[in-house]
Design a protein around this ligand. Structure first.
Ligand code: TXA
Ligand code: MG
Length: 351
Protein backbone atom coordinates (compact mmCIF):
# COMPACT_ATOMS: atom_id res chain seq x y z
CA UNK A 1 0.00 0.00 0.00
CA UNK A 2 1.26 3.44 -0.92
CA UNK A 3 -0.19 6.34 1.05
CA UNK A 4 -0.20 9.58 -0.93
CA UNK A 5 -1.45 13.13 -0.51
CA UNK A 6 -4.77 13.41 -2.41
CA UNK A 7 -3.77 16.65 -4.16
CA UNK A 8 0.01 16.38 -4.33
CA UNK A 9 0.95 12.71 -4.60
CA UNK A 10 4.66 11.94 -4.32
CA UNK A 11 6.10 11.42 -7.81
CA UNK A 12 8.18 8.49 -6.61
CA UNK A 13 5.05 6.59 -5.52
CA UNK A 14 3.16 7.49 -8.68
CA UNK A 15 6.09 6.13 -10.71
CA UNK A 16 6.07 2.87 -8.77
CA UNK A 17 2.33 2.42 -9.29
CA UNK A 18 2.54 3.41 -12.98
CA UNK A 19 5.33 0.91 -13.58
CA UNK A 20 3.22 -1.81 -11.92
CA UNK A 21 0.32 -0.98 -14.25
CA UNK A 22 2.57 -1.12 -17.30
CA UNK A 23 3.87 -4.51 -16.16
CA UNK A 24 0.36 -5.95 -16.13
CA UNK A 25 -0.25 -5.71 -12.38
CA UNK A 26 -3.53 -4.72 -10.72
CA UNK A 27 -3.42 -1.33 -9.01
CA UNK A 28 -6.30 0.08 -6.95
CA UNK A 29 -6.43 3.87 -6.90
CA UNK A 30 -8.78 6.69 -5.85
CA UNK A 31 -10.96 8.58 -8.31
CA UNK A 32 -13.34 11.43 -7.46
CA UNK A 33 -16.26 8.94 -7.47
CA UNK A 34 -15.10 5.65 -5.90
CA UNK A 35 -11.86 3.62 -5.81
CA UNK A 36 -11.06 1.83 -9.06
CA UNK A 37 -9.24 -1.46 -9.64
CA UNK A 38 -6.99 -0.65 -12.58
CA UNK A 39 -5.24 -2.70 -15.24
CA UNK A 40 -3.58 -1.89 -18.54
CA UNK A 41 -6.49 -1.98 -21.01
CA UNK A 42 -4.20 -3.23 -23.80
CA UNK A 43 -3.02 -6.26 -21.78
CA UNK A 44 -5.51 -9.16 -22.03
CA UNK A 45 -3.92 -11.11 -19.17
CA UNK A 46 -4.10 -8.15 -16.80
CA UNK A 47 -7.70 -7.40 -17.79
CA UNK A 48 -8.66 -11.05 -17.22
CA UNK A 49 -7.22 -10.74 -13.70
CA UNK A 50 -9.69 -7.94 -12.89
CA UNK A 51 -12.66 -10.20 -13.54
CA UNK A 52 -11.03 -13.00 -11.60
CA UNK A 53 -10.18 -10.92 -8.54
CA UNK A 54 -13.59 -9.22 -8.34
CA UNK A 55 -15.58 -12.34 -9.09
CA UNK A 56 -17.19 -10.34 -11.88
CA UNK A 57 -18.90 -12.06 -14.83
CA UNK A 58 -16.94 -11.52 -18.05
CA UNK A 59 -20.14 -10.33 -19.73
CA UNK A 60 -19.99 -7.06 -17.75
CA UNK A 61 -17.76 -4.52 -19.59
CA UNK A 62 -15.26 -2.17 -17.93
CA UNK A 63 -14.71 1.58 -18.14
CA UNK A 64 -11.49 2.74 -19.81
CA UNK A 65 -9.85 5.62 -17.94
CA UNK A 66 -7.73 8.23 -19.71
CA UNK A 67 -5.50 11.05 -18.47
CA UNK A 68 -6.61 13.63 -21.04
CA UNK A 69 -9.38 14.36 -23.53
CA UNK A 70 -6.78 14.15 -26.29
CA UNK A 71 -6.45 10.39 -25.60
CA UNK A 72 -10.00 9.75 -26.88
CA UNK A 73 -8.83 8.54 -30.31
CA UNK A 74 -6.70 5.86 -28.59
CA UNK A 75 -9.84 4.13 -27.29
CA UNK A 76 -12.61 5.27 -29.62
CA UNK A 77 -12.97 4.55 -33.35
CA UNK A 78 -15.38 7.35 -34.30
CA UNK A 79 -15.86 10.43 -32.15
CA UNK A 80 -19.04 12.41 -32.86
CA UNK A 81 -18.91 16.20 -32.25
CA UNK A 82 -21.26 15.86 -29.27
CA UNK A 83 -18.73 13.60 -27.53
CA UNK A 84 -16.01 16.25 -27.87
CA UNK A 85 -18.44 18.86 -26.57
CA UNK A 86 -19.43 16.80 -23.51
CA UNK A 87 -15.80 15.94 -22.85
CA UNK A 88 -14.86 19.63 -22.92
CA UNK A 89 -17.62 20.53 -20.48
CA UNK A 90 -17.48 17.60 -18.04
CA UNK A 91 -13.97 16.13 -18.14
CA UNK A 92 -12.09 15.59 -16.02
CA UNK A 93 -15.20 14.47 -14.17
CA UNK A 94 -17.75 11.80 -13.30
CA UNK A 95 -19.18 11.24 -16.78
CA UNK A 96 -18.62 8.01 -18.73
CA UNK A 97 -19.36 8.02 -22.46
CA UNK A 98 -20.30 4.93 -24.47
CA UNK A 99 -18.82 5.23 -27.97
CA UNK A 100 -17.66 2.99 -30.85
CA UNK A 101 -14.69 0.92 -29.74
CA UNK A 102 -11.18 1.27 -31.18
CA UNK A 103 -9.87 -2.11 -32.41
CA UNK A 104 -6.78 -1.84 -30.15
CA UNK A 105 -8.85 -1.99 -26.97
CA UNK A 106 -8.79 -5.56 -25.69
CA UNK A 107 -12.11 -7.35 -26.35
CA UNK A 108 -12.35 -8.56 -22.77
CA UNK A 109 -12.55 -4.91 -21.63
CA UNK A 110 -15.77 -4.32 -23.56
CA UNK A 111 -17.10 -7.86 -23.14
CA UNK A 112 -16.80 -8.29 -26.91
CA UNK A 113 -19.07 -5.33 -27.62
CA UNK A 114 -18.58 -2.87 -30.43
CA UNK A 115 -18.78 0.01 -27.96
CA UNK A 116 -16.38 1.15 -25.25
CA UNK A 117 -16.98 3.13 -22.05
CA UNK A 118 -14.50 5.99 -21.51
CA UNK A 119 -13.86 8.73 -18.97
CA UNK A 120 -11.21 11.11 -17.62
CA UNK A 121 -11.44 11.02 -13.80
CA UNK A 122 -11.16 14.28 -11.82
CA UNK A 123 -8.74 13.13 -9.16
CA UNK A 124 -5.12 14.34 -9.04
CA UNK A 125 -3.89 10.86 -8.00
CA UNK A 126 -5.78 9.03 -10.75
CA UNK A 127 -4.70 11.57 -13.37
CA UNK A 128 -1.05 11.52 -12.32
CA UNK A 129 -1.01 7.72 -12.29
CA UNK A 130 -2.65 7.23 -15.69
CA UNK A 131 -0.55 9.96 -17.28
CA UNK A 132 2.68 8.54 -15.90
CA UNK A 133 1.74 5.01 -16.99
CA UNK A 134 0.79 6.37 -20.41
CA UNK A 135 -1.60 3.46 -21.00
CA UNK A 136 -5.39 3.28 -21.13
CA UNK A 137 -6.52 1.97 -17.75
CA UNK A 138 -9.50 -0.37 -17.50
CA UNK A 139 -10.97 0.01 -14.02
CA UNK A 140 -14.18 -1.15 -12.39
CA UNK A 141 -15.01 -0.12 -8.85
CA UNK A 142 -12.58 -1.89 -6.49
CA UNK A 143 -15.11 -4.05 -4.64
CA UNK A 144 -16.20 -7.67 -4.74
CA UNK A 145 -18.81 -8.08 -7.47
CA UNK A 146 -22.27 -7.07 -6.22
CA UNK A 147 -20.98 -5.40 -3.06
CA UNK A 148 -21.02 -1.68 -2.24
CA UNK A 149 -18.37 0.41 -4.00
CA UNK A 150 -15.34 1.52 -1.94
CA UNK A 151 -15.02 5.19 -0.99
CA UNK A 152 -11.78 4.82 0.99
CA UNK A 153 -8.73 2.55 1.00
CA UNK A 154 -9.90 0.46 3.97
CA UNK A 155 -13.03 -0.54 2.00
CA UNK A 156 -10.78 -1.83 -0.80
CA UNK A 157 -8.66 -3.77 1.68
CA UNK A 158 -11.74 -5.28 3.32
CA UNK A 159 -13.10 -6.50 -0.04
CA UNK A 160 -10.03 -7.42 -2.05
CA UNK A 161 -7.13 -7.37 0.41
CA UNK A 162 -4.22 -9.53 -0.69
CA UNK A 163 -5.79 -10.31 -4.04
CA UNK A 164 -4.45 -7.11 -5.58
CA UNK A 165 -0.84 -6.10 -6.23
CA UNK A 166 -0.89 -2.50 -5.11
CA UNK A 167 -3.26 -0.06 -3.41
CA UNK A 168 -2.69 3.67 -3.70
CA UNK A 169 -4.35 5.26 -0.67
CA UNK A 170 -5.37 8.84 -1.44
CA UNK A 171 -7.93 9.22 1.35
CA UNK A 172 -11.69 9.44 0.95
CA UNK A 173 -13.22 9.94 -2.49
CA UNK A 174 -15.05 13.25 -2.97
CA UNK A 175 -18.33 12.27 -4.63
CA UNK A 176 -18.88 8.80 -3.19
CA UNK A 177 -21.08 7.34 -5.95
CA UNK A 178 -20.02 6.23 -9.42
CA UNK A 179 -19.91 8.20 -12.65
CA UNK A 180 -22.95 8.77 -14.83
CA UNK A 181 -22.87 6.36 -17.79
CA UNK A 182 -24.19 8.07 -20.95
CA UNK A 183 -24.73 6.04 -24.11
CA UNK A 184 -23.93 8.06 -27.23
CA UNK A 185 -23.99 5.09 -29.59
CA UNK A 186 -27.73 5.28 -30.34
CA UNK A 187 -29.95 7.97 -31.85
CA UNK A 188 -30.84 9.63 -28.51
CA UNK A 189 -28.24 10.15 -25.74
CA UNK A 190 -29.32 7.82 -22.95
CA UNK A 191 -28.34 7.67 -19.30
CA UNK A 192 -27.67 4.00 -18.56
CA UNK A 193 -26.55 4.66 -14.99
CA UNK A 194 -27.26 7.95 -13.16
CA UNK A 195 -24.27 9.20 -11.16
CA UNK A 196 -21.96 12.11 -10.43
CA UNK A 197 -23.14 14.27 -13.35
CA UNK A 198 -26.86 14.93 -13.01
CA UNK A 199 -29.54 14.54 -15.65
CA UNK A 200 -30.18 18.30 -15.36
CA UNK A 201 -26.52 19.07 -16.17
CA UNK A 202 -26.69 16.86 -19.25
CA UNK A 203 -30.02 18.31 -20.39
CA UNK A 204 -28.46 21.78 -20.27
CA UNK A 205 -25.98 20.74 -22.92
CA UNK A 206 -27.89 18.12 -24.90
CA UNK A 207 -31.49 19.31 -24.75
CA UNK A 208 -32.97 15.86 -24.83
CA UNK A 209 -31.66 13.02 -22.68
CA UNK A 210 -33.37 9.69 -22.20
CA UNK A 211 -33.06 7.76 -18.96
CA UNK A 212 -32.87 4.06 -19.37
CA UNK A 213 -35.61 2.57 -17.21
CA UNK A 214 -34.06 -0.18 -15.15
CA UNK A 215 -37.44 -1.70 -14.33
CA UNK A 216 -37.81 -2.45 -18.04
CA UNK A 217 -34.15 -3.33 -18.43
CA UNK A 218 -33.84 -5.91 -15.72
CA UNK A 219 -32.75 -9.05 -17.42
CA UNK A 220 -31.91 -7.24 -20.66
CA UNK A 221 -28.38 -6.80 -21.92
CA UNK A 222 -28.15 -3.05 -22.61
CA UNK A 223 -25.80 -2.39 -19.72
CA UNK A 224 -24.99 -5.71 -18.15
CA UNK A 225 -23.79 -4.00 -14.96
CA UNK A 226 -27.39 -3.05 -14.39
CA UNK A 227 -28.27 -6.27 -12.66
CA UNK A 228 -31.24 -6.31 -10.31
CA UNK A 229 -29.17 -6.60 -7.12
CA UNK A 230 -25.94 -4.69 -6.93
CA UNK A 231 -24.15 -2.25 -4.63
CA UNK A 232 -25.47 -4.30 -1.72
CA UNK A 233 -24.59 -4.43 1.96
CA UNK A 234 -24.63 -7.81 3.73
CA UNK A 235 -27.71 -6.90 5.76
CA UNK A 236 -31.16 -7.05 4.22
CA UNK A 237 -32.05 -3.56 2.96
CA UNK A 238 -35.69 -2.52 2.88
CA UNK A 239 -36.23 0.53 0.67
CA UNK A 240 -39.41 2.56 0.70
CA UNK A 241 -40.13 4.19 -2.64
CA UNK A 242 -43.32 6.10 -3.22
CA UNK A 243 -45.14 7.06 -0.02
CA UNK A 244 -44.75 10.69 1.11
CA UNK A 245 -42.52 11.51 4.06
CA UNK A 246 -44.92 11.40 7.03
CA UNK A 247 -46.54 8.09 6.14
CA UNK A 248 -43.19 6.63 5.05
CA UNK A 249 -41.70 7.42 8.45
CA UNK A 250 -44.72 6.15 10.36
CA UNK A 251 -44.51 2.93 8.38
CA UNK A 252 -40.75 2.57 8.88
CA UNK A 253 -41.06 3.16 12.62
CA UNK A 254 -43.70 0.45 12.87
CA UNK A 255 -41.50 -1.88 10.83
CA UNK A 256 -38.51 -1.12 13.11
CA UNK A 257 -40.55 -1.85 16.23
CA UNK A 258 -41.78 -5.11 14.78
CA UNK A 259 -38.27 -6.23 13.74
CA UNK A 260 -36.80 -5.26 17.13
CA UNK A 261 -39.52 -7.20 18.97
CA UNK A 262 -38.51 -10.26 16.94
CA UNK A 263 -34.91 -9.84 18.04
CA UNK A 264 -33.43 -8.26 14.92
CA UNK A 265 -30.75 -5.61 15.01
CA UNK A 266 -32.14 -2.68 13.03
CA UNK A 267 -30.11 -0.09 11.12
CA UNK A 268 -31.27 3.17 9.55
CA UNK A 269 -29.85 4.79 6.42
CA UNK A 270 -31.76 8.05 6.47
CA UNK A 271 -31.36 11.84 6.42
CA UNK A 272 -31.05 13.74 9.71
CA UNK A 273 -34.57 15.13 9.43
CA UNK A 274 -35.98 11.57 9.54
CA UNK A 275 -34.10 10.25 12.54
CA UNK A 276 -36.28 11.79 15.27
CA UNK A 277 -39.15 9.56 14.07
CA UNK A 278 -37.27 6.64 15.67
CA UNK A 279 -36.72 8.27 19.07
CA UNK A 280 -36.57 5.80 21.94
CA UNK A 281 -35.85 2.76 19.74
CA UNK A 282 -32.55 0.84 20.01
CA UNK A 283 -31.59 1.39 16.36
CA UNK A 284 -28.21 1.92 14.68
CA UNK A 285 -28.43 5.11 12.65
CA UNK A 286 -26.18 5.99 9.72
CA UNK A 287 -26.98 9.59 8.89
CA UNK A 288 -26.98 10.71 5.26
CA UNK A 289 -26.76 14.33 6.43
CA UNK A 290 -29.41 16.95 5.80
CA UNK A 291 -32.11 16.33 3.21
CA UNK A 292 -31.25 19.78 1.82
CA UNK A 293 -27.86 18.45 0.65
CA UNK A 294 -28.22 15.29 -1.40
CA UNK A 295 -24.58 15.48 -2.54
CA UNK A 296 -23.66 14.84 1.06
CA UNK A 297 -26.11 11.92 1.10
CA UNK A 298 -24.36 10.49 -1.98
CA UNK A 299 -20.99 10.99 -0.30
CA UNK A 300 -22.13 9.06 2.78
CA UNK A 301 -24.22 6.34 1.15
CA UNK A 302 -21.72 3.49 0.71
CA UNK A 303 -19.75 4.27 3.86
CA UNK A 304 -23.08 4.23 5.71
CA UNK A 305 -23.94 0.78 4.36
CA UNK A 306 -20.53 -0.57 5.31
CA UNK A 307 -20.72 0.96 8.78
CA UNK A 308 -24.12 -0.64 9.35
CA UNK A 309 -22.71 -4.00 8.27
CA UNK A 310 -19.89 -3.47 10.79
CA UNK A 311 -22.55 -2.90 13.46
CA UNK A 312 -23.86 -6.35 12.52
CA UNK A 313 -27.38 -5.15 11.84
CA UNK A 314 -29.77 -7.67 10.28
CA UNK A 315 -31.92 -5.18 8.46
CA UNK A 316 -31.41 -1.66 7.10
CA UNK A 317 -34.32 0.72 6.54
CA UNK A 318 -34.06 3.44 3.88
CA UNK A 319 -36.42 5.67 1.93
CA UNK A 320 -36.50 7.48 -1.39
CA UNK A 321 -35.22 11.08 -1.56
CA UNK A 322 -36.71 12.17 -4.88
CA UNK A 323 -35.07 12.47 -8.27
CA UNK A 324 -33.70 16.00 -8.30
CA UNK A 325 -29.94 16.29 -8.92
CA UNK A 326 -28.10 13.42 -7.21
CA UNK A 327 -31.47 12.07 -6.01
CA UNK A 328 -31.80 10.05 -9.20
CA UNK A 329 -28.49 8.28 -8.61
CA UNK A 330 -29.33 7.69 -4.93
CA UNK A 331 -32.62 6.14 -6.00
CA UNK A 332 -30.86 3.89 -8.49
CA UNK A 333 -28.28 2.65 -5.95
CA UNK A 334 -30.76 2.15 -3.12
CA UNK A 335 -33.15 0.31 -5.40
CA UNK A 336 -30.43 -2.07 -6.50
CA UNK A 337 -28.98 -2.50 -3.01
CA UNK A 338 -32.42 -3.39 -1.66
CA UNK A 339 -33.58 -6.92 -1.03
CA UNK A 340 -37.08 -5.51 -0.81
CA UNK A 341 -38.53 -2.39 -2.49
CA UNK A 342 -41.86 -1.20 -1.11
CA UNK A 343 -43.80 1.13 -3.39
CA UNK A 344 -47.18 1.11 -1.73
CA UNK A 345 -48.30 0.98 1.89
CA UNK A 346 -51.63 -0.74 2.40
CA UNK A 347 -53.74 -0.50 5.59
CA UNK A 348 -52.06 -3.61 6.96
CA UNK A 349 -48.51 -2.65 6.15
CA UNK A 350 -46.51 -3.33 3.01
CA UNK A 351 -48.34 -3.99 -0.21
O1 TXA B 1 -17.18 6.13 -11.21
C1 TXA B 1 -16.99 5.11 -11.88
O2 TXA B 1 -17.51 4.95 -12.98
C2 TXA B 1 -16.05 4.04 -11.29
C3 TXA B 1 -14.65 4.64 -11.22
C4 TXA B 1 -13.63 3.63 -10.76
O3 TXA B 1 -14.31 5.20 -12.46
N1 TXA B 1 -16.09 2.87 -12.08
C5 TXA B 1 -17.16 2.03 -12.12
O4 TXA B 1 -16.96 0.92 -12.92
O5 TXA B 1 -18.19 2.23 -11.52
P1 TXA B 1 -17.91 -0.35 -12.86
O6 TXA B 1 -17.22 -1.37 -13.67
O7 TXA B 1 -18.19 -0.70 -11.46
O8 TXA B 1 -19.20 0.10 -13.64
C6 TXA B 1 -19.14 0.32 -15.04
C7 TXA B 1 -20.53 0.41 -15.61
C8 TXA B 1 -21.22 -0.95 -15.59
O9 TXA B 1 -22.60 -0.73 -15.27
C9 TXA B 1 -21.06 -1.43 -17.02
O10 TXA B 1 -22.05 -2.34 -17.42
C10 TXA B 1 -21.16 -0.13 -17.79
O11 TXA B 1 -20.44 0.80 -17.00
N2 TXA B 1 -20.50 -0.26 -19.12
C11 TXA B 1 -19.18 -0.39 -19.38
N3 TXA B 1 -18.97 -0.52 -20.71
C12 TXA B 1 -20.18 -0.47 -21.31
C13 TXA B 1 -20.63 -0.55 -22.66
N4 TXA B 1 -19.78 -0.72 -23.68
N5 TXA B 1 -21.96 -0.44 -22.90
C14 TXA B 1 -22.84 -0.27 -21.88
N6 TXA B 1 -22.48 -0.18 -20.57
C15 TXA B 1 -21.18 -0.29 -20.29
MG1 MG C 1 -19.08 -1.41 -9.76
Amino acid sequence: MLKVHPDHPKLEYIRTAAEALRQGKLVAFPTETVYGLGANAMDPRAVAQIFEVKGRPSSDPLIVHMAEISWLPRAVAEIPPIAWRLAEVFWPGPLTLILPKHPDVVDLVTAYRKTVAVRVPAHPVALALIKEADVLVAAPSANRFGHTSPTCASHVLADLGERIDLLVDGGKTHIGIESTVLDLSGSVPTILRPGGITREQLTNILGEVAVHDQAVAEGSQISPGLLPQHYSPRAELIYLLGPERASALAFLRQLAEEKISRGYRVGLLLVDEDLSAFAGLPVHAASLGSESNLWQAAHRLYAGMRWLDDQKVDVILARDLGQQGPGLALRDRLRRAASQVITHIGKNGAG
